[in-house]
Design a binder for this molecule. Structure first.
Ligand SMILES: [Zn+2]
Length: 451
């Protein structure tokens, strides 16, 4: 069946144009003038709604196999589909076994069978002691590797110090795969925590949690990572940058031509420390959400292209682990649930700042697709690419309720948020998977192995 998708605002690589996108089977066959839909094609007219490429979220914790009661392929991929996200790249730590060798990757592949509503891929993990396993894992199709420079929250996913990271980078030399790093060092965090405890700080206060993860933890880690990127000629990707203080060193590294890419997350662009209530542990994530001035500096870096992309770092847990009744930030599990809400949240924030909507698909589709080695297939509306789309009305206003969250546990700081813009329809490889508030068809998601 040939489909013709028509809109007055199709996001092509050259910007928004009125066009008809011709879809043959699973791929985009052509981009035609708006009024030239072939007579024998099935026409879908989206009027003035935006036709965006299906979004790619390269930072998601799916948790399956092993912790499916936290989140799983079925729930995570439905949340994605409802939010216009057609490709998820899973982080290697919250599943059991952790994705740190080929048998673990195989276990994930089995777990995903028949469960995924959107396409997915899996980052491999670099942990202390698995350097030997990395070449085989690279060969089996992971798009890159994730490591932590501080305790990850998961004991079995052992964080790496500089010498362990050096071993891994040595093993991965020549693969051209990116190494993604959680960039916080434990030294500044441990020191800050000790002084806070010595002065009997109140751990129900958000200010205490924020003070326990100072900017220096990020800037020190990023300094180290830049040094290693240069020495090993490696592609290092900084996940979830929260501290604007690291921006000058990142700008300098990029100016020297180093392969250092940068992501921030929706929560750092939307919330600010000033407005987070004490005890509201649904806002806990690491690095922490910082102050308003920091947030605005992140926006400026995004606008000028120093920050390449925006992901969610969707990382939920069973609500009890957030220990909301006690509200103690040191005891609560860290991770914010947001999958499926990122597009309207960013759209709302951009409208307030007068930022061109076109940028959304650079930040949330093209750049993360490139990071995951999926350029040409994902992240753009162009001939030959997968026919993945998000149909988005950017103007409708609404308020987030639990019914709008399709992930497993409905505890999220976005509950009650007043947003602008709504996903009308999501297409995965030539067919709708979400339309008019309902899931359609079947779980057709496939793993996207790096070519
Ligand atoms: Zn994460």
């Amino acid at each position: 069946m040939v489909h013709a998708l028509r809109s007055t605002r199709v996001r092509t690589p050259s910007g928004f144009i009125a066009a008809t996108v011709l879809v043959d089977q699973e791929r985009i066959a052509a981009i035609l003038p708006w009024d030239e839909a072939p007579a024998d094609a099935h026409l879908h007219d989206f009027a003035d709604d935006l036709l965006l490429p299906g979004l790619v979220d390269s930072h998601v914790h799916i948790n399956e196999p092993g912790r499916t009661e936290w989140e799983g392929f079925h729930t995570a991929t439905r949340a994605a589909a409802a939010g216009g996200v057609t490709t998820l790249v899973d982080m290697p730590l919250n599943c059991v076994p952790e994705t740190i060798d080929v048998p673990a990757l195989d276990a994930k592949r089995s777990a995903a069978q028949g469960q995924a509503w959107v396409d997915w891929a899996a980052w491999g993990g670099v942990v202390r002691g698995n350097a030997q396993a990395l070449p085989a894992l690279a060969k089996s199709g992971v798009p890159g590797f994730k490591c932590f420079l501080i305790h990850s929250g998961i004991d079995r996913f052992a964080w790496v110090d500089e010498s362990a990271l050096r071993l891994a980078l040595e093993k991965l030399r020549g693969t051209s795969l990116p190494v993604l790093a959680h960039a916080e060092l434990s030294g500044p965090v441990d020191d800050a925590t000790q002084s806070l405890n010595a002065e009997r700080a109140d751990w129900r206060k958000y200010a205490t949690y924020l003070a326990s993860r100072p900017d220096a933890a990020e800037t020190d880690a990023i300094g180290l990572l830049i040094r290693l990127a240069e020495e090993f000629n490696s592609h290092i990707h900084i996940v979830h940058l929260a501290s604007a203080q690291a921006l000058p060193m990142l700008a300098a590294a990029r100016a020297r031509g180093l392969q250092v890419t940068v992501e921030t997350c929706v929560q750092y662009l939307w919330f600010a420390a000033e407005e987070i209530p004490d005890g509201a542990t649904e806002y806990k994530c690491a690095p922490p959400i910082r102050h308003v001035a920091n947030r605005e500096a992140l926006w400026a870096a995004l606008e000028r292209g120093l920050i390449d992309m925006v992901t969610t770092d969707h990382s939920p847990c069973p609500p009890a682990m957030k220990r909301r009744e006690e509200g103690k930030w040191d005891l609560a599990w860290g991770g914010i649930a947001s999958l499926g809400l990122a597009l309207p949240v960013l759209n709302t924030a951009m409208a307030r700042r007068g930022i061109q909507l076109e940028r959304i698909s650079d930040w949330m589709a093209a750049a993360p697709a490139q990071l995951a080695g999926l350029s040409g297939r994902k992240g753009a509306i162009a001939p030959g690419a997968d026919a993945d789309f998000a149909v988005f009305n950017p103007d409708v206003e609404w308020t987030v309720t639990p019914a709008d969250m399709h992930f497993r546990h409905k505890l999220s700081p976005y509950l009650g948020a007043k947003l602008r813009g709504r996903v009308r329809e999501t297409w995965l490889r030539g067919e709708p998977v979400f339309s008019g508030g309902k899931f359609t068809g079947a779980a057709r998601g496939r793993e996207q192995v790096r070519p």
